[in-house]
Write a protein that binds this ligand. Structure first.
Ligand code: MRU
Length: 374
């Protein structure tokens, strides 16, 4: 049963990362484990682990698991290899900022250690003089373990608080539309957009959820529909092109989605299809909420057109989830994984530090200011 597991975790004894392989769902609840850089990279790029918060936490645990296995005679060699692994993982997916955020925190923690212990920044040539003995390895392992677990626990706590804050916008009997999977599978537990939904359900608020299938990779159909059903929530699946029709019939009260990166002005990158959903919601006067851990808010990016959008392989559109290829051979395919929803279409952001409304350039900055990891 899905609720028996977290999306991913650290096996302390074997010092490896374990995770639910999301490409096998909903048919099979397959648990995988890894200690290997190429496998970790593959797990992220092939969406075995996916969703902005989950890939951030996965990369932090991965860096600890890799660090305890890095060879080398001196600390400089160790740091060089650590940075190579970190940069490689970071290159797996470009849009979700959480990947960069978590890897950066882990790297800074390593630097905090080298500065405190040896008065040297990472890659300072003086680290060549320092032998990498078992005692030093032990210290570094402990430092990185502590930080990785902090990021892990932080994710659970952040999603719990997003749930509590998000509950304030939910009314009894609400019919909520969500897109892609911003559910428990996109984070360690609870998820972001689903965190208030789970709480509302626990409080017997008689809510129901509509999830759009989310072409081309079907995160809505395969993952969100599956996890909501498993958690006993009244769930209806619809194709992406049915959104206007169901809204026109007056059957949706609000939209709640997650996000991969939010620019300083509130423009939001999320799964492809989110921006058309927001445009249609605006037309029908339906409020549109984005659940965003503050780790997904990138104040370094002024507006959405500066966010790099991942383009994925053609076969995902033409064959991946079909029994056989469903489009002519050699047809040109356009397959961006995300789109940008203009801040003008967003009613509010629900973060772990509160709800941002009005002028997002101001209100998001205030909420991010409350993030201890920034
Ligand atoms: O390509 P994916 O499945 O990783 O895309 C995920 C999404 O777009 C989610 O909506 C987003 O990460 C929010 S999850 C909190």
């Amino acid at each position: 049963m899905l609720s028996d597991y977290s999306t991913l975790w650290l096996d302390e004894e074997l010092r490896e990362v374990k995770y639910i392989d999301q490409t096998a769902l909903p048919g099979e609840l397959r648990i995988k484990s890894t200690q290997n850089l190429d496998e970790m990279f593959g797990a992220i790029i092939n969406l075995e682990v996916r969703g902005a918060p989950a890939i951030g936490v996965f990369s932090a645990l991965s860096m600890y698991v890799l660090a305890v296995r890095i060879g080398g005679n001196n600390l400089h060699d160790f740091v060089k290899e650590y940075i190579r692994c970190s940069d490689y993982l970071q290159s797996a997916r470009p849009t979700a900022v959480n990947l960069f955020w978590a890897l950066n925190i882990m790297k800074k923690e390593l630097e905090r250690f080298t500065l405190h212990r040896f008065g040297a920044y990472l890659l300072d040539s003086r680290l060549e003089e320092i032998e990498l003995d078992d005692e030093l390895r032990g210290y570094i392992g402990n430092v990185l373990h502590r930080k990785a677990m902090e990021i892990y626990d932080h994710d659970i706590e952040v999603c719990r608080r997003i749930g509590e804050n998000g509950l304030k916008i939910i009314k009894g009997g609400d019919r909520i539309l969500t897109h892609c999977n911003a559910g428990s599978l996109c984070a360690v537990r609870y998820g972001t957009a689903t965190a208030p939904i789970y709480l509302a359900n626990e409080n017997n608020m008689n809510i129901s959820v509509y999830c759009s299938e989310t072409r081309p990779l079907l995160q809505g159909a395969r993952l969100t529909a599956y996890e909501l059903r498993e958690n006993g929530i009244k769930t209806t699946l619809l194709c992406d092109n049915m959104i206007s029709s169901i809204m026109a019939e007056g059957r949706i009260d609000k939209v709640i989605v997650g996000c991969d990166r939010v620019a300083a002005n509130g423009d939001t990158a999320n799964k492809i299809g989110t921006s058309s959903l927001a445009i249609v919601a605006k037309y029908y006067n339906i409020p549109f909420y984005v659940c965003a851990p503050t780790s997904s808010i990138d104040l370094n990016i002024r507006c959405g057109d500066k966010i790099l959008i991942e383009k994925r392989k053609e076969y995902e559109v033409t064959e991946m989830w079909y029994k056989e290829r469903m489009a002519p051979k050699d047809i040109d395919v356009y397959n961006p994984a995300f789109d940008i929803t203009s801040h003008e279409l967003i009613t509010a952001f629900i973060t772990e530090n509160g709800i941002a409304e009005g002028d997002f350039t101001q209100s998001l900055r205030v909420l991010v200011g409350g993030n201890e990891n920034e």
